[in-house]
Design a protein around this ligand. Structure first.
Ligand code: WTA
Length: 656
C-alpha cells in the first residue's frame, strides 16, 4: 500500500539518523517497573525480559502487585491450546479489586472519576459513591431476575452510568456486552441477538457537537427484532422525548435509585466470563470476543501500572470510548483496580473549539494522557496554537493506541503536547489481547513510530509467507505464548476461534497485522494483513460495509476498500453494482451512503461511492478486494491468474 511505502521511507530515515529518545534518569528511577526490578534484584530491562520468559514464574509473581484474591490460585496456567486457563482454583471477582477493596481504605473518598459533559457540567464520583451506585444497579438487575452467567446488553455513551453498569453486571456474575453508542439499530440488534441479552441498559440520548443524538430510538428499533431483550433500563441524559413501552422499560432514576446501596459481590471462579465484546472480522457477523475475570484483571492492571506508571497522585486520562476495548481495559477495569483517578469526557474533542481537550487537561491537571493517532492528526491540523493556550505542565507521560503512529504525528505530539519532556508509550494490542502486548515502558529508549518490543511476560515474532520465523525484516505478526488477559474464545463460535487465530501456523496466535522487526528487535506495525479497516481508530470489516450496501434494494453487489486518509488513517471507498436497469445518480450515491450510516452507524459511512458494471471475482465467485485496492492506489495488480472477469478491473475508475 502507498501508506506503508511512505511510512517505510520515513522510518528508514529515522533509523539511519538513529533518532532514539531516551527517558530521563528521574523518570526511570521513580518508575513502578524499576521499583519491582529493584525488589527482585533485576538490574537491566533486558534482564527483566529474559527472566520474564519463564511466564509461569513471572505471571505467578506479579498478581500481588495488583489484585487480591478471595482464595489464591493453585496453579498459574493450564494451556490446552488454543484455550488457556489462568490462576486456576482462585476465587475472585474483578469488582472486589475495582471497587470493594478501596472503600475499606483511605481511597474510600478518593475520586474514581472526574466526568465532564459536552455542555460543560461536571460530576465527580468517589470510590464510595461508585460502590453505592454499583450496588444499587446490581440489586436492580437481581430484581429483574439477572444472575450468574446471564448476559446484559449495554448501549450507553460516555456517561458515568456506563462504567457503573459494567461493574454492576460483573458484581453479580452476569456477563456484560457493551455496544458502542456510535452503532445504529442494525449493529445493536445483531449483537444483542447473538449474545442473547435478557436486559438492555441505555439512555434517552447523547450530546455530540452541541446536538442531541437520540439513542433510545435506536434501541427500540433494535429490540423489535431482538425479542430476547425483555427489560430495558433507561438513564436520563438529555431529556430528549422518547417512546415508552410499559412493562418493558424502566427509568434508572425511579427503579435503580430506590434499591439498597448494599450488595454482596459474587465469589466467582477466576476463569468465569466477565464480558463479551464484539469486534469486526473479515467475513460473516462480528466476533464475540470473550474475556474472563482473573487473568484479565492481572494483565490489564499490571500493564497500565508499568507502562503508564500510574501512581496515587496521578490524574489519568484515556480519551477512548468505553464502547471499545481500550475503554473497557484502560478506563474502567485497570485504573480502578489501581485506585486511580480518571478523567472521562463525554463529547467531541473539538467542541465548541479545537482546544476543548487541552482545556480539560489544564483544568484537572492531567498527568498521563492516552489517545489515538487519528486524534493527534486532527489536532495537528487545527494547529499547535490551540495547545499553547493552556498550561499542560502537569503532563508527565503520553500514549497512543489504535494504529501505527506516523513519525510526523509522533514528533508533533512529543514537541507541542509533551514539550519534549514526556515519553510516548505507543501501545500495540487488540480487542483479543485484552491488554497491551508490544509497548515501551517509561524506561525504554523510543523510536518514533515503533511500539518497541513485547512487554515482560509476552513474546511476539514475525513469520514470512512460507511460515518461517524472520529474525529481522517484514512479515506477519504472531504471538507464540498464552498471556493472562488473552481472549478465552469467541462466543458460541469455537470453530471460528480456531480457524481465525490458531490455524495458519501451529502453536501460534495469528494477530492479523503486518509488521517489520529491526536490528534492535523493535517492531514497526505496518497495518492489517486482512480485510479489516481502521477508520479513525474504529475497527470495521470491509465485509460488514459490503453487506450493509447489498441490503439496499437497488444494489446487486458491492466491494469496499480502505484508502489512505491524512487524518482518519483510512477512508472507506465503495464500488457498487446496481440491479438490472437502474441508473447511477448523485442522489442514489447519497442514498447509499446514508443507508450504510443507518444500517451500521455513521462510523461506517463510505466517503466515496462509485458505480461500476461488475466487480473483479475469482472463478469461484469470490470478490477480489486486493485487485480493487491495487487499482485504486495505482499499485501493481500482482497475481491475476484466478481472476474470472479482467474487464471488471478496467471498470474500477473514478469516472463513473
Ligand atoms: C491496530 C485496539 C499499530 C492493529 C486496542 C491491531 C495498532 C488493531 C496499535 C486492533 C499500535 C492497535 N500500532 N497498530 N500501537 N494498536 N493497532 O481490536 O492493526 O480495535 O490489530 O484494538 O489495531 O484493533 P482493536
Amino acid at each position: 500500500m502507498v501508506r506503508e511505502l511512505a511510512e517505510k521511507t520515513t522510518i528508514d530515515v529515522l533509523l539511519q539518523e538513529k533518532r532514539v529518545f531516551h527517558p530521563s534518569k528521574d523518570m526511570v528511577n521513580s518508575s513502578n517497573v524499576k521499583k519491582w526490578m529493584d525488589e527482585h534484584g533485576i538490574k537491566t530491562y533486558d534482564e527483566l525480559l529474559e527472566r520474564a520468559k519463564d511466564i509461569e514464574w513471572f505471571w505467578g509473581e506479579v498478581p500481588k502487585e495488583v489484585v487480591e484474591w478471595y482464595e489464591p490460585p493453585k496453579k498459574v496456567l493450564e494451556w490446552n491450546e488454543p484455550y488457556a486457563k489462568w490462576y486456576l482454583g482462585a476465587k475472585y471477582n474483578i469488582v472486589h479489586d475495582a471497587v470493594d477493596k478501596h472503600v475499606k481504605t483511605w481511597r474510600k473518598n478518593k475520586l474514581a472519576f472526574i466526568w465532564e459533559g459536552e455542555p460543560g457540567e461536571v460530576r465527580k464520583l468517589t470510590y464510595f459513591d461508585l460502590y453505592k451506585q454499583v450496588n444499587r444497579l446490581a440489586n436492580a438487575l437481581k430484581a429483574l431476575g439477572i444472575g450468574k452467567g446471564d448476559v446484559v446488553g449495554i448501549y450507553l455513551p460516555m456517561v458515568l452510568e456506563l462504567p457503573i453498569s459494567m461493574l454492576a453486571c460483573a458484581k453479580i456474575g452476569a456477563i456484560h456486552s457493551v455496544v458502542f453508542s456510535g452503532f445504529s439499530a442494525g449493529g445493536l440488534q445483531q449483537r444483542l441477538q447473538d449474545c442473547e441479552a435478557k436486559v438492555l441498559i441505555t439512555c434517552d440520548g447523547l450530546y455530540r457537537r452541541g446536538q442531541v443524538v437520540p439513542l433510545k430510538e435506536q434501541a427500540d428499533e433494535a429490540i423489535e427484532k431482538a425479542p430476547n431483550v425483555k427489560k430495558v433500563i433507561v438513564s436520563e441524559r438529555t431529556k430528549y422525548p422518547i417512546s415508552w413501552t410499559e412493562g418493558r422499560d424502566l427509568w434508572w432514576h425511579e427503579f435503580v435509585d430506590k434499591q439498597s446501596p448494599k450488595c454482596e459481590t459474587e465469589r466467582l471462579d477466576a476463569n468465569d466470563i466477565l464480558y463479551i465484546l464484539y469486534t469486526s472480522g473479515t467475513t460473516g457477523k462480528p466476533k464475540g470476543v470473550v474475556h474472563a475475570h482473573g487473568g484479565y484483571a492481572v494483565g490489564t492492571a499490571l500493564t497500565v501500572k508499568w507502562v503508564f506508571d500510574i501512581k496515587d497522585e496521578d490524574i489519568w486520562w484515556c480519551s477512548a470510548d468505553i464502547g471499545w476495548v481500550t475503554g473497557h481495559s484502560y478506563i474502567v477495569y485497570a485504573p480502578l483496580i489501581l485506585g486511580a483517578t480518571s478523567v472521562m469526557y463525554e463529547g467531541a474533542p473539538d467542541h465548541p473549539q479545537p482546544d476543548r481537550w487541552w482545556e480539560i487537561g489544564e483544568k484537572y491537571g492531567v498527568t498521563i494522557f492516552y489517545t489515538a493517532p487519528t486524534a493527534i492528526r486532527m489536532h495537528m491540523r487545527y494547529g499547535e496554537k490551540w495547545v499553547y493556550k493552556h498550561d499542560l505542565s502537569s503532563l508527565r507521560l503520553l500514549g497512543t493506541v489504535g494504529e501505527a503512529i506516523n513519525p510526523e504525528a509522533w514528533m508533533w505530539y512529543h514537541k507541542h503536547v509533551g514539550k519534549e519532556r514526556c515519553p510516548i508509550m505507543d501501545t500495540w494490542w487488540q480487542t483479543e489481547t485484552g491488554s497491551f502486548v508490544i509497548s515501551p515502558l517509561p524506561i525504554t529508549p523510543l523510536k518514533p513510530g515503533s511500539a518497541t518490543r513485547p512487554l515482560p511476560g509476552f513474546s511476539a515474532g514475525v513469520f514470512d509467507e512460507k511460515g518461517n520465523v524472520v529474525k529481522e525484516g517484514g512479515g506477519d505478526l504472531y504471538l507464540p505464548n498464552p498471556w493472562p488477559a488473552m481472549l478465552r474464545g469467541l462466543y458460541k463460535a469455537p470453530e471460528r476461534y480456531k480457524t481465525t487465530y490458531w490455524s495458519r501456523l501451529p502453536h501460534m496466535y495469528l494477530a492479523g497485522d503486518k509488521v517489520r522487526k529491526d536490528e534492535d528487535g523493535y517492531f514497526w506495525i505496518q497495518g492489517r494483513a486482512d480485510d479489516i479497516l481502521k477508520v479513525a481508530g474504529h475497527r470495521i470489516g470491509n465485509y460488514e460495509v459490503e453487506s450493509a450496501l447489498v441490503s439496499h434494494p437497488k444494489v446487486a453487489e458491492a466491494v469496499v476498500i480502505g484508502k489512505p486518509h491524512p487524518i482518519k488513517g483510512e477512508s472507506i471507498v465503495a464500488f457498487v453494482v446496481l440491479k438490472e436497469g437502474l441508473k447511477p445518480s448523485d442522489e442514489l450515491r447519497k442514498e447509499l451512503r446514508e443507508h450504510v450510516a443507518k444500517e451500521m452507524g455513521k462510523i461506517a459511512r463510505p466517503s466515496e461511492v462509485w458505480f461500476v458494471k461488475d466487480v473483479p471475482k475469482t472463478r469461484s465467485g469470490k470478490i477480489m478486494r486486493r485487485l480493487v485496492r491495487a487499482k485504486v492506489l495505482g499499485e501493481k495488480l500482482g497475481d491475476i491468474s484466478t481472476l474470472k472477469n479482467p474487464e471488471a478491473i478496467d471498470d474500477i475508475t473514478y469516472a463513473v
